[in-house]
Design a protein around this ligand. Structure first.
Ligand code: GYE
Length: 321
């Protein structure tokens, strides 16, 4: 174990032993100093989420401190540290990965700051809602993966589906759960085989590069399941460069509901995207208000997701991001 890991393990056991495993109350006041520690801003989903917090700051009376960790869990931890030093009243945190952000959650809580996890969660074996943080606000990622698989099972017309899976950020809750939901469901239909599953870090460029490489090894691929739309769009670019016809000879299945994905569905290149909404600002305002008023908050404030296909993509593209 490295020194750093030992130090954070020690911190965790000190905090647990000190009986701090209870979420701090939130005072009711006119204005709040609110921290939002964003993990990265390299895709439309993240940008839409950050904008949603900025838009909400006005209507919810927040002085918002928003940071951008530029894809580094270590920077995200440091950003939380600096917010604690600046005296925020409440923290909204989308933990980039499940484990490295746990010390940041514990530290904020130890400083008397209620923590709400938004859009991604942490390792449930180590940090728990109602104890170490107030609640997780977000989607059911296992269900998203299952719904993507169900759509494929119902709509795939060939005899044999050769699937390449593009995974999200390694160690992140949506990557873990979207994989589990899809893989388990698809294993029940023996027409399908997942021949490769590799991370594209939820990023368009990496999705494209990984798809290019996997195409060489598996030229017979006829299904791509991407854990988000950005990687799906990257995969479409790689397939087209290789002379393939996404939507005709390759079925593309994805998650999020970005504008580019809805356009790809309208253009006939993508089959489905299961929604995962980035608009967390208003929900954050509402849940925080209830918490300050002493209301009981469920450990998981679940967001309901729609599904976008050729049947409704055109109807929803104007509201997409
Ligand atoms: O699907 C992806 C983003 O955590 C739910 O992260 C979120 C995911 C979303 O980068 O596009």
């Amino acid at each position: 174990m490295t020194k750093k890991l030992l130090a954070s393990a020690a911190l965790l056991s000190v905090l647990a032993g000190a009986g701090l495993a209870e979420t701090p109350p939130l005072e009711q006041k006119e204005r709040y100093k609110v921290g939002f520690a964003q993990m990265e801003s390299n895709n439309p989903w993240r940008i839409a989420e950050t904008k949603s917090f900025h838009d909400t700051a006005e209507s919810c009376n927040w002085d918002l401190i928003a940071t951008d960790a530029a894809g580094s869990a270590a920077k995200q931890v440091a950003d939380v540290d600096s917010m604690i030093a600046q005296g925020i009243d409440v923290l909204f945190l989308p933990p980039r990965e499940e484990k490295p952000l746990i010390p940041a959650v514990m530290k904020a809580q130890a400083a008397g700051i209620p923590v709400f996890l938004v859009d991604r969660s942490v390792d449930p074996d180590v940090a728990k809602p109602g104890e170490h943080f107030v609640a997780f606000l977000g989607s059911d990622f296992i269900d998203q993966g299952e719904r993507a698989a169900d759509w494929l099972i119902e709509n795939f017309e060939g005899d044999q589906g050769i699937i390449v899976e593009l995974e999200g950020t390694t160690g992140s809750s949506p990557a873990n759960d979207r994989k589990q939901g899809f893989d388990e469901r698809i294993a029940q239909d023996d027409r399908f085989q997942i021949v490769a599953s590799q991370t594209g870090d939820f990023a368009r460029d990496l999705g494209r590069q990984v798809m290019e490489t996997l195409l060489q090894a598996h030229p017979d691929v006829n299904v791509v399941y991407a854990h988000n739309d950005e990687m799906a769009i990257g995969a479409i670019q790689a397939l087209e460069l290789a002379g393939r016809k996404p939507g005709e000879d390759v079925t593309i299945v994805s998650i999020d509901g970005t504008r580019d994905a809805l356009q790809a569905i309208i253009d006939g290149k993508m089959g489905v995207t299961v929604e995962s909404s980035p608009f967390f600002g208003p929900l954050a305002c509402e849940v925080m208000g209830k918490y300050a008023a002493g209301e009981e908050i469920p450990g998981w404030v679940q967001v309901e997701d729609r599904i976008f296909t050729a049947d409704n993509a055109a109807e929803h593209i104007d509201e997409a991001y």
